[in-house]
Design a protein around this ligand. Structure first.
Ligand SMILES: NC(=O)c1ccc[n+]([C@@H]2O[C@H](COP(=O)([O-])OP(=O)(O)OC[C@H]3O[C@@H](n4cnc5c(N)ncnc54)[C@H](OP(=O)(O)O)[C@@H]3O)[C@@H](O)[C@H]2O)c1
Length: 243
């Protein structure tokens, strides 16, 4: 039985991961702004939640200092951190987006996962199987006009995973994984953009119309299979569609 901290567990891919992992008998600590009531059917020893706004420095700090975070990983056989929470916005060309939205996005997409990783490694030093998964994106590796903040933030996660891999913390594997295009609220946000904000929007309209968006449940299944495999962390940056 593994202990997994999952950020952004309240919907989308994070919710699908949380449901499947709990049904497989693992223990999950979820961090989002919104709680998921229906998961309280699971025993409190299996599922716990921390409501925090990772878009604010104060929310990141309270999470890092939380006793629950430390206690959750105390004396566990397998400790896993899934940095899944992410924001696509602000969408738009540089010079036309709101500065405060940039700060919030970088907090959720970069500051929180880097700080959580640092704390996770500090408190799990005695665990003999530690795994860290960053949810990256194809946008980390291919530039998209209108997504300058999102692309840069996901590229930061990729490079962070490469660096930690070189640092080689004991009994630790890390991987920054692009999950492919998933039918979640984030894709709905893309389709709600104007062409002025995101000139490539029609490509994503077509993916939805042609039924090419992957359901979050099947992406979660594949991700979990890979996460527990021997090959996890062999390469610091991967694409789930190629695994
Ligand atoms: N969907 C795709 O096609 C796609 C493609 C490539 C990569 N990804 C990546 O995969 C991950 C999951 O994406 P998704 O599509 O499942 O996204 P989503 O449906 O928009 O869900 C995002 C999750 O992040 C949490 N979150 C957002 N802002 C937060 C904040 N300030 N503090 C705490 N939690 C916050 C949300 O919870 P609350 O609102 O409750 O806080 C929610 O649980 C993301 O990192 C995304 O970049 C997605």
């Amino acid at each position: 039985m593994a202990h997994l901290l999952i950020t952004g567990h309240s919907r989308g891919l994070g919710a699908a991961l949380t449901h499947q992992l709990l049904n497989e008998g693992h223990c999950v600590l979820g961090i989002s702004r919104h709680p998921i009531r229906e998961l309280h059917q699971f025993k409190s020893s299996a599922f716990q939640e921390l409501c925090a706004d990772l878009g604010q420095n104060a929310g990141i700090a309270s999470t890092l200092e939380s006793k629950l975070f430390e206690d959750f990983f105390n004396n566990v056989e397998q400790a896993i951190l899934i940095n899944n929470a992410g924001l696509l916005g602000p969408i738009g060309r540089a010079g036309q987006i709101n500065g405060a939205d940039i700060t919030q996005s970088i907090a959720v997409n970069v500051a929180a996962p880097l700080a959580l990783t640092n704390r996770f490694l500090a408190i799990t030093g005695r665990c003999k199987d530690r795994r860290i998964a960053h949810l990256s994106s194809g946008a980390a590796r291919t530039p998209y006009p209108g997504w300058n903040i999102y692309c840069a933030s996901k590229a930061a996660l990729d490079h962070h995973a490469r660096c930690i891999s070189l640092e080689g913390p004991e009994y630790c594997r890390i991987e920054s994984i692009a999950p492919g295009v998933i039918d979640t609220q984030m894709q709905a946000e893309i389709r709600a953009c104007s062409l002025e904000q995101f000139p490539m929007r029609q490509k994503f309209d077509q993916l939805k119309e042609s039924g090419s968006l992957a359901p979050s449940e099947s992406v979660a299944r594949k991700l979990i299979q890979h996460l527990f495999s021997q090959s996890f962390g062999m390469s610091p940056c991967t694409d789930l569609r190629e695994i």
